[in-house]
Ligand binder design. Structure first.
Ligand code: AHR
Length: 504
């Protein structure tokens, strides 16, 4: 019997809805085909956005969507993506397959997509190959409500009112595809570029995100923070140069030379993948400690704006398109990461899974006019109840399991939050691909009035396909009993559960 202890009296912080954010790049079939098909497509759409995809994504209450990249962001020139579509410049997408980018999805289309999704906006600017002027004008184009060249241009292009830019990323992976910079150099660039990300509307502050480290590059975090964390003293920078610093960490079963297959893997690879996922906890803890040393008041957020699994591409697909299947293993990866973000909610204020549709650990896959929801989608659908909740203290006396010493993992992984109506949501993952476990949950002295449970479960490589789209889905889980402050049930192997609890 494993004991999951929840202490409702210990409220530990606010879970920003944005930790369940998404990332969409001009990469493979994410934007084009995946989300945007154009107004003249036979695929049902509203202003060019696929109706089926927007509807499915809306159910997840997507809080924020990052765009246009990724590596693409640092070669993107926003003016190529505005105005009459037939006249927009075509470019080569050097990072992702060398395909032609026709710029038919640009700023106006992105804003329209966010409008349809009802989500916040997170634009990633170009530091690697763009100018300060270009970045500054983009912000003016999007957010200025007065008389200015860029505001006029926006109006000429059919959008009278300014949009809201909630978050602005000053470069992406500038230690790599975004310019191969050293941290000292990037920090200087960040100070300069961010000066021109102006807050034209004092009531709609743009949160500025600095490019953060690649995984465990703690020196990058330390250097950028040291050079950029201080107050600038300028009129629109009352909170300092930065509101957040990003972290990118992908889960690869092996390494960058041989990542491993998305399906047809063995038990050893299952545990390797989960143990590498759990490394996120150490990364978040250590980078947070560095941020804390410069910003003890918690004003600078850690923004995990790229995370998820990265496997070898599906056979027969363009290697530059990063198209991969999604199984119960990905459901576990999602459940573990989202639990980790919850538990670090005082520093991790946004996270964006890579990527939205058809790329890496996508929540949706499309093929022509067909669409499927992946196991990862269903986990997000259960976890959405944590959005905007209060983190509540929880602990489980987990065992250590696995096949190899190097890749041992806890058998169970949990987090708990309380929503604004006083309901508790406990998410629990069983990391064993073979064993169910008896669980006794205690709400420490608080009698339970009602409990409802849902589950995403299946064999470790269970997946949804276009012919069998519902092999993995969210199901009600009735075998739960409660007595006083205890809830008892058996969690099946290889599953992620949600318990919704009302106290008496
Ligand atoms: O998500 C795919 C790529 O991974 C992004 O473009 C880049 O930022 C990262 O290396």
């Amino acid at each position: 019997m494993f004991k999951l202890v929840i202490d409702p009296q210990k409220e530990l912080g606010y879970i920003h809805p944005e930790v369940q954010g998404h990332f969409s790049e001009h990469l493979g079939r994410c934007i084009y085909e995946g989300v945007y098909v154009g107004e003249n497509s036979d695929i049902p759409n509203i202003n060019g956005m696929r109706k089926d995809v927007v509807e499915a994504l809306s159910e997840l209450h997507i809080p924020v969507l990052r765009w246009p990249g990724g590596c693409f962001a640092d070669e993107y020139h926003w003016k190529d993506g505005i105005g009459e579509k037939s006249k927009r410049k075509k470019m080569i997408n050097t990072n992702w397959g060398g395909v032609v980018e026709d710029n038919s999805f640009g700023t106006h289309e992105y804003m329209e997509l966010c409008r349809q999704l009802g989500c916040k906006t997170y634009i990633n600017g170009n530091v690697g190959s763009g100018t300060v002027q270009e970045m500054s004008e983009w912000v003016e184009y999007m957010t200025f409500d007065g008389v200015s060249p860029m505001a006029e241009l926006r109006k000429q292009n059919g959008h009278e009112a300014p949009w809201t830019v909630d978050y602005f990323g000053v470069g992406n992976e500038n230690w790599g595809c975004g310019g191969n910079m050293l941290p000292e150099y990037y920090a200087d660039q960040f100070r300069r570029y961010q000066s021109y990300v102006k807050n034209y509307d004092p009531n709609k502050k743009i949160s500025k995100i600095a490019c953060g480290p690649n995984a465990q590059d703690y020196e990058w975090t330390e250097t950028v923070l040291r050079q950029c964390h201080k107050l600038s003293g300028s009129w629109n920078n009352a909170h300092g140069f930065m509101d957040g610093i990003s972290l990118h960490y992908y889960t690869l079963p092996y390494d960058w030379s041989k990542k491993g297959a998305a399906t047809g893997f063995n038990e050893k690879e299952w545990y390797m993948t989960l143990s590498k996922t759990l490394f996120m906890e150490e990364l978040v803890r250590k980078h947070s400690a560095i941020i804390e040393s410069f910003d003890p008041d918690g004003n600078i957020a850690l923004i995990v704006d790229e995370w998820g699994t990265w496997y070898d591409v599906e056979e027969g697909t363009n290697p530059g398109f990063l198209y991969q299947q999604n199984t119960m293993r990905d459901a576990l990866v999602a459940g573990i990461n989202l639990n980790i973000f919850n538990k670090h909610c005082n520093r991790v204020k946004m996270a964006n899974i890579a990527q939205l549709v058809n790329v890496l650990q996508a929540v949706i896959l499309t093929e022509g006019d067909r669409m499927i929801k992946t196991p990862t989608y269903h986990v997000f659908n259960m976890y959405k109840h944590h959005q905007g909740g209060t983190l509540v203290a929880s602990h489980i006396n987990a065992d250590t399991i696995g096949l190899e010493k190097e890749y041992m993992v806890p058998n169970l992984h949990e987090s708990c939050s309380k929503d604004k109506n006083g309901k508790y949501h406990i998410t629990l993952a069983n990391l064993s691909c073979s064993d169910p476990y008896d669980i006794e949950t205690t709400l420490t002295g608080n009698p339970v009035k009602s409990v409802k449970a849902q589950i995403v479960e299946g064999k470790m490589d269970a997946k949804n396909t276009f012919d069998e789209p519902d092999t993995v889905s969210v199901k009600d889980f009735d075998s739960v009993s409660s007595e006083n402050d205890k809830i008892r049930f058996t969690i099946p192997a290889c599953s992620v559960m949600l318990l919704e609890v009302e106290l008496a």
